[in-house]
Design a protein around this ligand. Sequence first.
Ligand SMILES: [Zn+2]
Length: 632
Amino acid sequence: MGCLQHCGRAFGLALLGLLAAPLLSAQASQPAAAAAQWDLTDLYPTPQAWRAELERVREAAARLSSYKGTLESSSTGMLRGLDAISRVRRDYLRVAVYASLNADTDIRVAANQESEQQTQSLGTLISEQTAWLAPEIISISGDTITAFVAAEPELGRRFGYFLDNTHRGAPHTLSLEAESLLAAAGNVLQQPGNLHNQFANAELKFPKITLSSGESVQLSAASYTKYRQVAQRADRKLVFDNFWAGWKNYEGTLGSMLTTQVMGDVFSARARRFDSALQSALFPDNMPVDVYRRLVSEANAALPTLHRYLKLRKRVLGISDDLQYYDNYPPLFPPAAAPAFDIDASKRITLEALKPLGEPYLAQLKRGFAGRWMSLYPAEGKRSGAYMNGSAYDVHPYVLLNHNNDFDSLSTFAHEWGHAVHSLLAHDAQPFETADYSTFIAESASIGNEMLLEDYLVANAKSREEKLYYLGNAVESIRTTFFRQVMFGEFELAMHEVLEKGQPLSGQRLSEMYCGLLRRYYGEAEGVMKIDPAYCIEWAFIPHLYYNFYVYQYATSMAGAAYMTDQLQKPGATGVQARERFLNLLRAGGSDYPYELYRKAGLDMATAMPYQALIARMNRLMDQIEALMRQR
Ligand SMILES: [Zn+2]
């Protein structure tokens, strides 16, 4: 999924820099593979032009505080101030994209990292120069704002959503003195996540183990991910036993870290007069708490479908005694059955698979493929993973891949282009101010593409084995993106509620709570899987638990995607209308609250509908697997 880096809003203000030394030119580093590298001259013709622009934006940013106190003067005055700030932000993002993409092209080039830091300090300057903005808007009466918007249509068109969203924060905005205190505490409240990152990625050490083949493996997060998939069951158990024992040694310390994080969330929520940490976390998106609760209740109602999958897995893997937690990871069917997908095949197949989205969608894809918008292949010093960066509103999205010709590469390709086309459609239809969309919507656009791709590959596979491989992948992705993320979401909610009730938390208590969830989700009482308490320390490993109710959006997005892709593939007018609603959802960008945008697209995320569509899809995929297995 890898959305953490590419999601528009999360990315938005995170980058920027000034070029202190010449940037590494992509063309210079890879003369033979120029077309494999993105062309950043679409952003700025030369590093010098970029540096000059950075200086210009810095000077413009330094003048933004002069608009303080002018917004209430008149509708024209309000438009003038908001327009000046918006222009600086827009230009800043373009400058930031250039620095960020250059830094990721080769992370070993110190000058590029310094440039990125310089853009980050410009971002900080903009925040400081506009810190007065939200308080000033909140201090203006709603009636005045309504009158201004009526008098100045451009104000409503570009800034209506922003004004409403900012004004909405009034009940949770404190006195100047209290706000300064909270701002000063912000850095302290971020430290549990930093502690966990430092401990988990740098200081926690694991033993060396010897696999049944005689291979010696130094355990780490990376080797855990690799070796938990091996076919030898005893080796999987060995990997699990040693990896989780490494975490278990620090259960108390890790429990304190996470408890401190949750205490911070509860503190901030109470300070801002929210009823709960959940309500506070959902507030920025104006997401009804009902959506979260509905997601959890529907996932629980669908556990028999997850259990059906686990029983199928047990049968396919040929496990005769109890299914164990470490049996989740080996692929259901061997990947060798799938052909290789080079970049040309990935483009061709993606265009074929996304045909149900219609010509206007495909036209945007072709436009993207014709440009040099992608960094395609792994290279020394290049950032790992994949992302789409659509923050340069006046230019076009850029896509970073590490394509290595396997099915995952193809799937990632379709996923990231889902984000890219979303940005293209939103940028065409929206002014800069309302183009940037929320994560809640973003992942539907990309996961929907993955689903259409899966269905296309299954339908066009050359052999039964190839079909089974795609089907196995598609079902497993529902376990990991839906059920697993909802389980994390339930765990997050439970942790916060314990502290909100004034009860204590500890590492041991967290492990007990996590054990309870694993047993319920994986059906221990139903005889589906046996949960070894030694693995209930898994919570300590999950960095997302420090992101304050973030992961639920993966699950809601997948459900939304399942519903939308179902609908738009319906024959006749129903399908055509559903396709238009989906494209309009993408075109709407960030012009309204994400829950409302979904509703306009015909989908109420607080009802059972999207979740049941996803579960129906999972059952359909398993029906196909079982039918193919009977053909043996
Ligand atoms: Zn994504």
